[in-house]
Design a protein around this ligand. Structure first.
Ligand code: TEU
Ligand code: CA
Length: 558
């Protein structure tokens, strides 16, 4: 491999600590639980662990509402437990990425408690306050989890902004004092030896361009444009963050940038701009919904559109920025149920096909806990099984609209964030070995639940397929440096593309259907690299043809 930065051939494994492994029987995953599973991660071959928030929080949004950035929530353990985990991971050559949630804090953060006391409190403009008009909120912006983006504070007769729940007041990045507080907190974790940050909704931290300053707002010069992400100031502040903090450490950064466009993504990940290494974009995560509607209005995935979209990002960022590659995270449904086929007969093949498709592309791969064993959606049919604030609010809203329960549940089963948050099934013992207590969230109710133990034992499992793909990405420069060309663009069952690097050329064919399909194929493309039907490599009827079995994924090299 050339002198490519290590993170370009790396796989980052996301852990949602609450659901990963419980060590003390309270039904909640914790840090010692993660430490007990490091050999499992080491065997998989991952390079870095991204920990979803483990900080002090009232858990209105399961830790994405932080009340103390420099303390560990007691449910997860102590700072000593964190230091042990960090040391153990590092001694196993696994780096650690923390979740940086600085678009907002919890309303229980002492900054916000102070800010609510009076308009002249020193912490007042750590947050964003505006007067209402005629008893109405300052603007008509709606919040991500329902309702208005503004909540009235009687004590000071003003509204405060929150793009998410009212328990998550937005921080005012206009305020240089606030920014310095954030940078100091980042140094606290960097000095402990963490190796990177995933930055929560980082493209939403600027409101200046859409709201105006307090004074301008008061004078009626506020712009109250639609609250759009990716405002110009975001780039200014990320550049400042890079200059003041990140550039002084050997760290990897990924920005979570909902609704980011390709041109904006190029700005964030352009190395010449000293902002971030890469971003999570969401265009492929919005294809299975009715156009122009919300995620709850489900539609069949148009494979041709998925092929076009992923290919667009492969071509556009090549040489100019860098892609993150993911199918899952703690906000998304499980990919084998969403874009694949989780029927017992096909689940393993389909999960491997999805892995194969993404891991033959260029970018840094992000693997979400459970994805490596083909874990399916939750299939909760009782609203009382759901925990996520977004899902519960959605249910209540639709219930008020008189929508029948089974219709609401159908949307939740497809798109609820709880789909990605069911506990990891480790083995076939009581509670799948996740906890000796009552799990905080039920296990997936899918009939064919895989376990990590069975996966590790079976060399043809999804786990070992990911292990082979992860290793291939480290060993083969064509995957991190080769050019990308989509093949068979119009075909709505086969996703095929090629990679070229110097004289080498690889051809990937994936059959996303239950049918056996035969396509033309140049005879010279015969040397097999990897395939999800194992060694039962298909002997073709004729030289210039390729027959793909249901959910077959295969890559040849020329
Ligand atoms: O998510 C940002 C975000 O836009 C989410 O609302 C997500 O895209 C959406 O729920 C998908 O339906 C980040 C965190 O990943 C999420 O867990 C938090 O709830 C949110 O920010 C607020 O911190
Ligand atoms: Ca626990």
């Amino acid at each position: 491999m050339g002198n490519l930065e290590w993170w370009k051939t790396a796989t980052v494994y996301q852990i949602y600590p609450k659901s990963f492994k419980d060590s003390n029987g309270d039904g909640i995953g914790d840090l010692p639980g993660i430490t007990s599973r490091i050999s499992y991660l080491k065997e998989l071959g991952i390079d870095m662990v991204w920990l979803s928030p483990i900080y002090e929080s009232p858990n209105v949004d399961n830790g994405y509402d932080i009340s103390d950035y420099e303390s560990i929530h007691p449910d997860y353990g102590t700072m000593a437990d964190f230091d042990d985990l960090l040391a153990e991971l590092h001694s196993n050559q696994i780096k650690v990425m923390m979740d940086l949630v600085v678009n907002h804090t919890s309303d229980e953060h002492h900054w916000f408690r102070e800010a609510c006391k009076a308009k002249d409190n020193p912490y007042r403009d750590y947050y964003i306050w505006r007067k209402g008009t005629n008893g109405q909120p300052p603007t008509d912006w709606s919040a991500s989890f329902g309702g208005s983006s503004w909540t009235y504070d009687r004590t000071t007769d003003e509204y405060y902004l929150h793009q998410f729940s009212k328990s998550q007041p937005d921080l005012n990045w206009e305020n240089p004092k606030l920014r310095q507080e954030i940078y100091q907190m980042m140094r606290f974790w960097l000095e402990k030896g963490v190796d990177g940050f995933r930055m929560d909704v980082i493209n939403q931290i600027s409101k200046k361009e859409v709201l105006g300053s307090y004074q301008e707002f008061e004078l009626g010069q506020g712009w109250y444009k639609a609250l759009k992400p990716d405002q110009a100031s975001v780039h200014v502040w990320l550049n400042e963050m890079n200059r003041e903090v990140l550039s002084h450490y050997d760290v990897v950064t990924v920005g979570e940038t909902p609704k980011v466009t390709l041109e904006e993504a190029l700005k964030y990940s352009n190395p010449l701009r000293s902002e971030l290494h890469m971003v999570f974009q969401f265009e492929h995560m919005r294809l299975d919904r009715v156009k122009g509607k919300s995620k709850w209005d489900i539609a069949e995935l148009p494979l041709v559109e998925l092929k076009e979209n992923l290919s667009k990002w492969q071509k556009a960022l090549a040489g100019k920025g860098w892609n993150s590659l993911y199918w899952n995270n703690h906000d998304q449904p499980r990919i084998v149920s969403r874009f694949g086929n989780d029927e017992p007969k096909w689940r393993t093949l389909s999960a491997k096909l999805l892995a194969h498709t993404l891991y033959m592309m260029q970018g840094t791969t992000f693997l979400f806990q459970g994805e490596e064993i083909g874990l399916p959606n939750a299939y909760f049919d009782d609203i009382f099984d759901y925990n996520d604030i977004e899902s519960v609010n959605y249910y209540q809203l639709k219930k008020q609209e008189g929508i029948p329960d089974q219709q609401i549940i159908r949307s939740l089963q497809a798109q609820s964030r709880d789909n990605g948050r069911t506990p990891v099934p480790w083995n076939n013992s009581h509670n799948f070995g996740f906890t000796t207590g009552k799990p905080w969230l039920p296990f997936s109710k899918h009939s064919d639940l895989p376990t990590a133990e069975d996966n590790v034992k079976d060399l043809e499992s999804v786990y070992h397929y990911y292990r082979k793909l992860i290793r291939l990405r480290k060993e083969q420069a064509i995957l991190s440096e080769g050019t990308y060309t989509l093949q068979l663009p119009e075909n709505n069952q086969i996703f095929a593309f090629s990679r070229k690097y110097n004289e080498e050329e690889w051809f990937t064919y994936t059959n996303w259907s239950e049918e056996t399909i035969t396509i033309p194929m140049q005879p010279e493309r015969r040397q097999r690299v990897i395939g999800n039907y194992g060694e039962a490599f298909y002997t073709n009827s004729r030289e210039e043809e390729l027959t793909l079995r249901p959910y077959e994924a295969i890559t040849f090299r020329k």
